[in-house]
Design a protein around this ligand. Structure first.
Ligand SMILES: [Zn+2]
Length: 354
């Protein structure tokens, strides 16, 4: 008798679990509906609705991508080498997929001779933590060689230094100067903790264990900088290694902070985002549509003819694929694909895009 009750009870429990789970799944599926291209609603009424429903599935496609965070290899010290590297990879990635780019170079790079010759390129000068060279920024800007300044904190953490070296009078003068010139700072501020096997054995968390401060301490200090220099636009690289909730809150607190999705927004060719992910991340993208930009962190270099370019092309495309999988409204998509970057870099649109 008892055994029969137990079987009935377990069956009832199983039915409850199954119905509940499928309920959750169907609710998630219901929540997600892809945004269609504006053309779909246009066709509903155009020509008295003659083509209503034709390509009724059409998703938005910007057809132009401005890569907001890339590098030029140190070896490209002349205009000719910079041009060779950039031309090669543009052809490799496809001209629509890389309509333009913001490229970072160290002082002395051939990039600063190349950039004034190409209206689709914006150059950033990368200053190391011990070099708050305000005169260099000023002269490169006046000669129309740069449109921004790049800062990177990893060297500070890796060498066990105090991040407050970026709080000096000289650095504050640089932050202020960028605001006066109307050029952004692209700032790799915090550093991620990753499984060693995912960063080719270079365990970044080790460097942090030797420091007497945390990512949160650095961010707290940075917020005082962003507040004090509120006229300076700052693009935090790689979503600053933050999840959507905390990143969104940071963007809410500081209207002068922007962010690029390089190393965060990637999806491989064998994967697809789930409806749940599309809903969550898509909502974030829509809410912060004026503050986010597409970027790859690719490093342009003169290629080794013996090496295949497939891995790099696939990596590049995986960033675009991620954003396209979000199936965003067309206006949001074009902002993330290129409009936001052009705006913050004060560039004219020299290409066709939707
Ligand atoms: Zn980078």
């Amino acid at each position: 008798m008892h055994y029969r009750y137990l079987v009935i009870l377990l069956t009832a429990l199983l039915i409850f679990i199954l119905t509940d789970c499928s309920g959750v799944t169907s609710k998630a599926a219901q929540r997600y509906t892809p945004h269609l291209n504006d053309n779909v609603s246009y066709l509903d009424t155009a020509d008295n609705g003659f083509s209503r429903g034709w390509r009724g599935h059409e998703r938005a496609d910007p057809m132009a991508w401005f890569d907001a965070h890339t590098h030029l290899n140190k070896k490209c010290t002349t205009l000719a080498l910079a041009k060779e590297a950039i031309d090669f990879w543009r052809k490799e990635f496809g001209f629509t997929d890389i309509t333009g780019a913001a490229i970072i170079g160290f002082p002395g790079s051939g990039l600063f001779d190349y950039a004034p010759t190409d209206t689709s390129i914006a150059a950033y000068v990368w200053l190391l933590p011990d070099n708050p060279d305000i005169k260099l920024i000023d002269s490169l800007y006046r000669e129309k060689r740069i449109k921004g300044v790049k800062l990177h904190m990893r060297k500070i953490y890796g060498s066990g230094l105090d991040y407050k070296i970026m709080d000096s009078k000289e650095w504050h003068a640089v932050y202020e100067k960028c605001g006066q010139l109307g050029i952004p700072i692209l700032w790799h501020l915090n550093q991620r903790h990753s499984s060693p096997e995912l960063v080719y054995g270079e365990d970044k968390s080790n460097t942090w264990q030797k420091l007497n401060y945390t990512n949160a301490d650095v961010l707290k200090w940075f917020e005082t900088v962003a507040k004090r220099h509120s006229k300076t636009n700052i693009i935090l690289a790689h979503f600053n290694f933050m999840g959507y909730d905390s990143l969104g809150a940071l963007l809410d607190r500081h209207p002068n902070i922007y962010t690029d999705g390089s190393s965060a927004w990637l999806i491989g060719e064998y994967h697809t985002l789930t409806d749940r992910e599309k809903s969550l991340i898509g909502s974030f993208a829509i809410k912060y549509q004026d503050r986010i930009m597409f970027a790859s962190d690719f490093s342009y270099h003169v290629p080794d003819p013996l090496k295949s370019t497939r891995y790099r092309v696939e990596h590049y495309q995986s960033g675009i694929r991620f954003i396209m999988q979000l199936e965003l409204p067309s206006k949001v998509l074009s902002k993330i694909a290129y409009r936001n970057a052009l705006k913050i870099l004060n560039m004219n649109q020299s290409f066709v895009g939707f």
